[in-house]
Write a protein that binds this ligand. Structure first.
Ligand code: ZN
Ligand code: ZN
Length: 461
């Protein structure tokens, strides 16, 4: 049983109309003013100022625009909560009255639309709400709260950048790290998964070198267009021919560029690809296979120069700690009943959230909060059209504010409380050693309660 004290439990159950109105205003303001990865200056200032007003010790500009906000409140576990702040380089097409019309220059200097089409504005709003409730109810919990607002998730830069900038001894080392993401699913529900919950993601740029010539004299060329075409086809055999059918993996070539004119054989061609894997072994195997195939195809064409490989970005696997996930799941069961469920499988999406936990050897849990109008979702499920609901990164992605706002706020507080409101005497170091033992079972809920919770839970997707 998650022993939330009375005041905090009441605030979690019913956050209060004034708080919700202010959070909704904040959400709409952030939504109207999205900022590209590593350029989140306005957002960072809003959150850092707000956190300072709430009594947190705020360190700004950690990893460019990140903010680390610490509240020490007696002895107890050190709990890190993370929210990402960045938006995407795309125009919004939701038709909402608070839709973004912002444009900005991306890293290449091009003018692009900017939109919160991944919902990170909701993540920031949830976190500010949780920070307010925890600050206002300090008598109800014990420990150290470390709230981290992270830049640049969409480019896989932010978490690494913050970790590099963290510095030795500047901040306490957390016992657990918690994070959540808004996604398609009935608003009012949460889902979680122990172990691998999100794929690793790797994006590569591969430049293939040929020898340019006149289109009428192919014998004088080494044609990079053929080289790239053959490479693209053979790369598709990695998943279909080299990986076991039981092992999920994705390899997508999203860009294949060569040449300018029909009668010029160009000098080179560029392939940009993205892969998703669900185990470190498969990830390493596929990265090796990509190199092997590219080099062999260039050899087959008689290329005089080896291909050039550049990593565009790399997201590690998100692999939730088993014991910490069980603790969160039990707390969610008490808070949400049948609206908390076990996700049926890992998602082929990627996050840099796990960079913190992986870098420091700290257990972490990442879960999902539904954001679709429940009636719309139920109809789509009946009609088997769930895949047509605009998802994250769609220009039409539009979380239903209520109850998504309340649910994410409650989920973050409920999960954090599982550590911060643990019985007196469970110190940070004890909690760390327990959490580090992924295989050691946590104390289970009483059998009657567990059975009731199991009856309430049903697979969501
Ligand atoms: Zn995203
Ligand atoms: Zn995201």
């Amino acid at each position: 049983m998650n022993p939330l004290t009375h005041a905090l439990a009441a605030a979690v159950a019913a956050p209060g109309a004034k708080l919700l109105t202010e959070l909704e205003d904040l959400y709409k303001d952030l939504h109207r003013h999205p900022e590209l990865s590593m350029q989140e200056h306005r957002t960072a200032k809003i959150v850092a100022d707000a956190m300072q007003d709430l009594g947190y010790e705020v360190t700004r500009n950690v990893g460019v625009t990140g903010a680390v906000c610490v509240m020490k409140n007696g002895s107890g576990p050190i709990v890190m909560l993370r929210a990402d702040m960045d938006a995407l380089p795309m125009a919004e097409n939701t038709g909402l009255p608070y839709a973004s019309t912002v444009t900005a220059r991306d890293a290449d200097g091009s003018e692009v639309g900017v939109a919160h089409s991944c919902g990170h504005d909701m993540h920031v709003t949830w976190m500010i709400g949780a920070a307010r409730i925890l600050s206002a109810n300090r008598a109800a919990w014990r420990g150290t709260l470390m709230i981290v607002f992270q830049p640049g998730e969409e480019t896989a830069e932010g978490a690494s950048c913050m970790v590099r900038d963290w510095g030795k001894g500047r901040f306490p080392k957390p016992d657990v790290i918690l994070g959540q993401h808004v996604m398609v699913g009935p608003a009012g529900t949460v889902s979680y998964r122990p172990g691998v919950t999100l794929s690793a993601g790797d994006s590569l740029k591969i430049k293939l070198f040929g020898r340019g010539s006149h289109g009428s004299q192919p014998q004088t060329s080494i044609d990079p267009v053929i080289m790239a075409a053959a490479t693209a086809l053979r790369l598709q055999t990695i998943v279909s021919r080299e990986i076991a059918p039981s092992e999920p993996a994705v390899l997508t070539i999203g860009a294949l560029q060569a040449g300018t004119k029909e009668n010029i054989i160009p000098d080179d061609a560029t392939i940009k690809l993205n892969m998703r894997t669900f185990s470190e072994d498969t990830r390493e195997y596929m990265l090796k296979s990509i190199r092997r195939i590219c080099c062999a195809e260039c050899d087959a064409s008689g290329a005089e120069r080896a291909p050039e490989f550049t990593t565009i970005n790399s997201y590690p696997l998100t692999e939730n700690d088993l014991a910490a996930t069980q603790k969160v799941a039990e707390a969610f069961g008490h808070q949400f009943g049948g609206n908390a469920s076990l996700a049926p499988g890992p998602a082929s999406a990627s996050e840099d959230f796990s960079v913190f936990g992986r870098s420091w050897g700290v257990p972490y849990v990442f879960w999902f909060v539904g954001s679709t109008d429940p009636a719309v979702y139920a109809r789509a499920k009946r009609e088997k059209t769930v895949n047509r609901i605009p998802s994250n990164h769609s220009p039409k992605f539009a979380p239903q504010i209520h109850p998504t706002l309340e649910t994410g706020l409650q989920a973050m507080l409920t999960a954090a409380s599982a550590w911060l409101c643990s019985p007196a005497g469970e110190s940070g170091s004890e909690s760390r050693s327990a959490s580090a033992q992924s295989s050691s079972p946590r104390p289970a809920a009483p059998p009657r309660r567990r059975a009731a919770a199991a009856r309430r839970r049903s697979p969501r997707r």
